[in-house]
Design a protein around this ligand. Structure first.
Ligand code: CO8
Length: 258
């Protein structure tokens, strides 16, 4: 499908999705979020995709929800439309892994979108923030919940209350991102990381994603039980037999996703 607010390139089982509204620093409007939901759903269905990298431009991953589009809306309008609620749910419903490759600004909805991905690799020029407070609102697509779980209450509260930005070094120290790389290496590093994931059994990859997400969505007890059952269930796959046999035979596994 052709998109107006993003581009999709598929190469060697990695889908690279680039947000592309340079005139607004990739601000998230309804069209972009709807197209992103469609692109991710297509990637989920496409056998030629086993991992997704979501990125923006060098200057901005995304500078937030589109303020121009939102400014004049009433409560009833945003409530009736469930503004961006359904769109973000479609993004988090993606079953294949999504790596956010963040360069420049990831602010407001942009920071929330990055956090809705499975992990974040960022460039050394990245800036994360939840500056909605400066607009007289608060985060609306998960920021108060995800940032708090990722970096703890104190740092999250400060960011939400003051709107200050976190740079790449602080983001890595706080556990918001998995890795910081030089800006020029961001896409090659993110794609290389995605490619490593494409070599695994897709069944095991999707199961691992589901299990890790349980750590954020349920209690420890339920999460441990989910992990245990999922681990046990993977013994029903051919890939488990192949993976363990390959190790014992000192060769590379040939996974077949079944
Ligand atoms: N929305 C719309 N347009 C934007 C946005 C945005 N969030 N951010 C930047 N732009 C536009 C600017 O208006 C400007 O357009 P123009 O050239 O037509 O004036 C263009 O992008 C370039 O921006 P700047 O000239 O401002 O570039 P600077 O390099 O000077 O500054 C900043 C970059 C610091 C990123 C600055 O643009 C900025 O502060 N942007 C706004 C950041 C922000 O407040 N984000 C939070 C938005 S609210 C939000 O995300 C809510 C999420 C929850 C949604 C759920 C809904 C219920």
């Amino acid at each position: 499908m052709a998109y107006q607010t993003l581009t999709v390139e598929i190469d060697d089982y990695v889908a690279l999705i680039r947000l592309n509204r340079p005139e607004a620093l990739n601000a998230l409007n309804s069209q972009l979020l709807s197209e992103l939901g469609n692109a991710l759903a297509e990637a989920d269905q496409n056998e030629k995709v086993r991992c997704i990298v979501l990125t923006g431009s060098e200057k901005a991953f995304a500078a937030g929800a589109d303020i121009k589009e939102m400014a004049e809306k009433s409560f009833v309008e945003v409530y009736n439309d469930d503004l961006f609620g359904a769109e973000i749910d479609r993004i988090t419903a993606t079953r294949k892994p999504i790596i956010a490759a963040v360069s420049g600004y990831a602010l407001g909805g942009g920071c929330e979108l990055a956090m809705a991905c499975d992990f974040i690799i960022c460039a050394d020029n990245a800036k994360f923030g939840q500056p909605e407070i400066n607009l007289g609102v608060i985060a609306g697509i998960g920021g108060t919940q995800r940032l708090t779980r990722f970096v703890g209450k104190s740092k999250s509260m400060e960011m939400h209350l003051t709107g200050r930005f976190m740079d790449a070094t602080e983001a890595e120290r706080a556990g918001l991102v998995s890795r910081v790389v030089p800006a020029t290496k961001l896409i090659p590093e993110a794609v290389a990381t995605a490619r490593k994931i494409t070599e695994k059994s897709l069944v095991a990859v999707m199961a691992a994603k589901e299990a890790v997400n349980r750590a954020y969505e349920t209690t420890m007890r339920e999460g441990i039980l989910f992990e245990r059952r999922t681990f046990q269930a993977l013994f029903a796959t051919e890939d488990q037999k192949e993976g363990m046999a390959a190790f014992l035979e000192k060769r590379e596994p040939q996974f077949r996703d079944r």
